[in-house]
Design a protein around this ligand. Structure first.
Ligand code: AMP
Ligand code: MG
Length: 506
């Protein structure tokens, strides 16, 4: 879709109380928290915005049809000039540990919560990212560049298509407004959608304020963790409830880590302020889906020490959960109770990771003696820098076409040795041979959001052509089903393609 003429934005903004969200807008639950949690602040609208993309699937969850997505009112909302009826936008305050160091107060430095929408199946919060300065911007300009916005937009879809919990992206709006990074770029805004954008960092912010921490706890429990509530509604046992919540967040985060590892996904900036309390993948910056496997792969060029390397992610998540646990002590939680709530991390992670790996290998279960097969797998891929995604995907075809799988490895003999071991294990497995290939293809994607694919879509979008984004959005919605006309999207980057350097600059 090419850049249209600027639509009549002022008129659309005036019409913000109009029909589009009249039925579905349902206030802003976050604004029920005490005023110290946020500041009402208006987004700064993009100049002459154009709708680069709208996500019809996410729109459906909100009860919006295709016509609504093309309306001036929708564009105004996603460009920062429209409003949800009766809601004043806000930015929230949080704190966090960045690269292992306490960073103090942070907050939505370039994000605005527009309010909530009640969709057919639930309530969603609508947030703009890249929508101008807030009281929490510190030295930042409040903008996001088109490059990083496309990356967040596509990644949300890629994770969603893989079945990995994530925030979702409803719309991508671009503008010629200049933004200065290493070089001059242009601005864009992503409209994000999630049941809640609350981070570990929100709890860390109130680690010394019992009243606010209690209010935050009550809010989070009411929004989505009712099962964690201990005690009567009017007199909750907050220390016990907080420990139940921590236990649940620990389990969700552990399962999320297993899914990241098995998708070859590196987040890149696992600071505590980028960790979702709901266990969603949140804040896509210098993330990456691995091409050639390297266990200690670092996707973020700013992460010189490799704190957030692929093989460090589960342990970092555990470290981050411990920071969350510390912030709950102000509620009167005891250290042994908090430790007990953190304890399920390892077993939950390993259970999800092993079960997932068994499915990816086409095995009906994971047995303790499979540890050697798993370790040998990663060692083989690592030693030969084999393509992460294709090594799994082609494993489904080794009965009919072992050569295509072997071709992924430079040392065919080492690969053959692993394959023999795998075949021996498979022969003992009760998984019916008939459905195995199809079952494996349902869990091993053929298409992932490789950096060079995102880069092609970005470069076209920078020229006003969003067709590459549209195509990837469609493809990544179902990355498991092979499409005859999409062979080039399944290939690793050609050796002569320059490596895309991604950093915190966004
Ligand atoms: P991130 O590394 O993107 O998770 O951001 C860390 C903190 O910096 C968050 O509080 C962000 O809101 C803030 N931030 C990042 N980029 C900008 C920007 N361009 N303008 C204002 N705040 C920003
Ligand atoms: Mg962040």
């Amino acid at each position: 879709m090419n850049r249209p003429d600027a639509p009549p934005l002022a008129a659309a903004a005036d019409n913000a109380q109009g029909a589009l969200f009249a039925q579905s807008a349902s206030g802003c639950a976050f604004a029920n928290l005490p005023a110290s949690f946020y500041t009402h602040v208006a987004p700064r609208p993009l100049t002459a915005p154009w709708l680069a993309h709208a996500n019809p699937v996410v729109a459906q969850w909100l009860g919006l049809d295709a016509a609504a997505l093309q309306s001036p009112e929708f564009l105004a909302l996603c460009a920062g000039s429209g409003r949800l009826p009766g809601v004043e936008p806000l930015a929230s305050v949080y704190s966090g540990h960045q690269f292992g160091v306490w960073a103090g107060q942070l907050g939505d430095g370039r994000a605005h919560l527009l309010g909530d929408i009640q969709g057919p199946q639930g309530r969603w919060e609508i947030q703009l990212k890249g929508s101008g300065r807030t009281p929490y911007s510190r030295m930042g300009d409040g903008w996001a560049v088109l490059r990083s916005s496309v990356r967040e937009y596509l990644a949300s879809q890629a994770m969603s298509g893989l079945g990995i919990p994530t925030t979702h992206a409803l719309a991508l709006v671009a503008s010629a407004d200049p933004v200065i990074r290493e070089t001059p770029e242009t601005a864009a805004v992503v409209t994000r959608v999630a049941p809640s954008f609350i981070r570990f960092g929100h709890f860390e912010h109130w680690a010394r304020s019992a009243t606010e921490q209690a209010a935050l706890l009550d809010h989070v429990i009411a929004q989505g963790f009712q099962d964690c509530r201990v005690g009567p509604g009017d007199r909750p046992d907050r220390p016990a409830t907080a420990c139940q919540l921590l236990d649940e967040v620990t389990r969700r985060t552990a399962r999320l880590m297993a899914q990241w590892q098995l998708a070859g996904f590196c987040h890149g900036v696992m600071n505590t302020d980028n960790m979702s309390i709901l266990g969603l993948t949140l804040d896509y910056g210098p993330y990456g889906f691995m091409d050639a496997f390297q266990a200690n792969h670092i996707c973020n060029h700013s992460d010189t020490l490799g704190r957030y390397a692929w093989n460090a992610q589960p342990a970092v998540a555990q470290w981050n959960l411990t920071r969350l646990a510390e912030s709950l002590m102000v509620l009167g939680c005891s250290v042994p109770d908090l430790e007990a709530a953190l304890a399920p991390f390892e077993s939950t992670f390993l259970q999800a990771y092993h079960a997932g790996l068994a499915r990816k290998f086409g095995l009906s279960d994971w047995r303790p003696e499979d540890a050697g097969l798993g370790d040998a797998w990663w060692a083989l891929l690592h030693a030969q820098r084999a393509d992460f995604t294709l090594a799994f995907r082609r494993l489904a075809d080794v009965d009919t076409d072992a050569q295509s799988w072997l071709d992924l490895f430079t040392d065919a003999q080492a690969a053959q040795q692993w394959l023999d071991r795998y075949r021996t294990r498979r022969a003992q497995d009760p998984h019916p041979q008939a459905g195995r290939q199809a079952a494996m293809n349902r869990v091993n994607p053929l298409y992932v959001l490789r950096n060079h694919l995102a880069q092609q879509a970005i470069e076209a979008a920078q020229q006003g052509d969003a067709s590459g984004i549209d195509h990837l959005m469609d493809l990544l919605q179902d990355p498991f089903t092979e499409r005859p006309d999409c062979a080039q999207y399944a290939r690793p980057p050609a050796p002569d393609i320059p490596v895309v350097a991604v950093s915190c600059s966004s």
